[in-house]
Design a protein around this ligand. Structure first.
Ligand SMILES: [Zn+2]
Ligand SMILES: [Zn+2]
Length: 411
């Protein structure tokens, strides 16, 4: 089948509309892989395709990232996969040969520039079938029947026994959440862990912390059904931040994370003074920004910066604070506070990395094995499932936070 003949359906962000259109695939490049999508996430980071529709969208584009599918066709220089392979297209590439990959910093792989918004010269992947108007693929795609990606972004999972929906969970959140707790910023055995936000990202971090052997997992969240999900995922304590209030969180959680002794000649740490060591071993921010007006309500601070302010205060001296959510920039001076600051004298470590610091080519198959063997629970995080034709409703579900992780499937 020639590329020119490949006509398919795709959701398109076209000026002030988000609608399903008939598209025609453009010729592919030598390192491109054509994938027939089978399942894809309605990730929270792309909900602005339905919540905000300005007159002038930047480019006509088909959105999405976080899909899995079957390879239909490959360019002549592709070696990683072949037609018929079952693949995940994660939110991050891993080429293995660029400057960053050679240094083990996969999450900075230079191929991140391959995607539409990252470089102005990236070509459109398709055209509107009726008007020939160019359509770009936003990120790795997932809201169209076909996606085209450089092979750096394509992870073969032919051996996996998981369903299409379970494999799609590895393409973006919760995949990075599992990776944060197990690979990039691993949780220590018998440690105390605070997770701020219990959406699909926070819940997957909780699952990872439980698997890693954390002794005390505290989840902070404001939506009741997500607090319930946090308990099921393995949180020992859940705190409703609407009921408790942000100001009370720090003393309450520090108290819960007290050391078992104050004898500093026997593993203790001080309870008070400037250099008291109270706080959790690991704190993960997984709340992020709030777009629009969710039916489940909005937090007091829709920018998400408040949790970034609290995170370092909840972290013990020498502990790790990881920001994982997409947040708006903050100019809040309380983030850093007066000297000595959290990240200098107090030795708290601020860590972050895309996809939890994992190498997607190495680690997506490993995480899939952990799901197959029952250590991690992908199915518990998927809610609801929509057919491709109702992908706009899936995005609204994500925007409203009325479920956990919405997934779309292609018949
Ligand atoms: Zn995502
Ligand atoms: Zn690379």
């Amino acid at each position: 089948m020639s590329n020119e003949a490949r006509v398919f359906k795709g959701w398109v962000r076209h000026r002030d509309k988000f609608e399903m259109k008939e598209l025609r695939l453009n010729p592919i490049r030598p390192k491109d892989v054509v994938i027939r999508n089978l399942a894809a996430q309605a990730c929270y980071t792309i909900v602005t395709n339905v919540t905000e529709l300005p007159e002038e969208a930047w480019r006509t584009r088909s959105p999405g990232h976080g899909a899995m599918g079957i390879v239909e066709e490959v360019g002549p220089l592709v070696t990683r996969v072949k037609p018929g392979d079952r693949v995940v297209t994660p939110v991050l590439p891993a080429c293995g040969t660029c400057y960053s990959c050679l240094r083990g910093e996969w999450w900075c792989c230079g191929h991140k520039n391959d995607i539409d918004f990252a470089h102005p010269d990236n070509p459109p992947f398709a055209v509107m079938n009726d008007t020939d108007e160019p359509v770009w693929q936003d990120h790795t795609g997932g809201f169209a029947e076909y996606a085209v990606n450089d092979e750096s972004w394509v992870v073969p999972v032919n051996e996996s026994k998981l369903s299409d929906i379970e494999l799609a969970t590895l393409a973006c959140v919760p995949g990075p959440g599992w990776a944060f707790g197990l690979i990039g910023m691993p949780v220590e055995i018998a440690s105390s862990v605070v997770v701020l936000g219990a959406g699909p990202l926070g819940l997957s971090i909780i699952q990872a912390a439980k698997m890693a052997g954390a002794r005390l997992i505290i989840a902070v969240e404001r939506i009741p059904h997500r607090l319930e999900a946090a308990k099921k995922a393995g949180a020992h304590v859940v705190i409703n931040s609407d009921e408790t209030g942000m100001d009370e969180l720090v003393p309450m959680i520090r108290e819960m994370c007290r050391p078992s002794t104050d004898n500093m000649y026997a593993g203790g740490k001080p309870y008070d003074g400037m250099y008291n060591g109270l706080g959790a071993d690991h704190v993960f921010e997984a709340a992020g920004i709030t777009f629009g007006d969710p039916t489940t309500g909005s937090p007091d601070d829709k920018t998400g910066a408040h949790f970034i302010t609290l995170g370092p205060k909840l972290t013990r001296r020498g502990g790790t604070f990881v920001a994982t959510g997409v947040i708006a920039p903050t100019s809040d001076p309380k983030v850093w506070g007066p000297a000595p600051g959290p990240f200098d004298y107090h030795g708290k470590r601020y860590l972050s990395a895309a996809y939890g610091g994992a190498n997607v080519l190495r680690d997506i198959p490993r995480l899939a094995h952990l799901i197959e063997d029952g250590y991690l629970d992908a199915k518990a995080l998927v809610d609801p499932v929509f057919p491709f034709e109702r992908a706009d409703e899936a995005l609204w579900s994500a925007a409203n936070r009325d479920g956990l992780l919405p997934i779309i499937t292609f018949s």
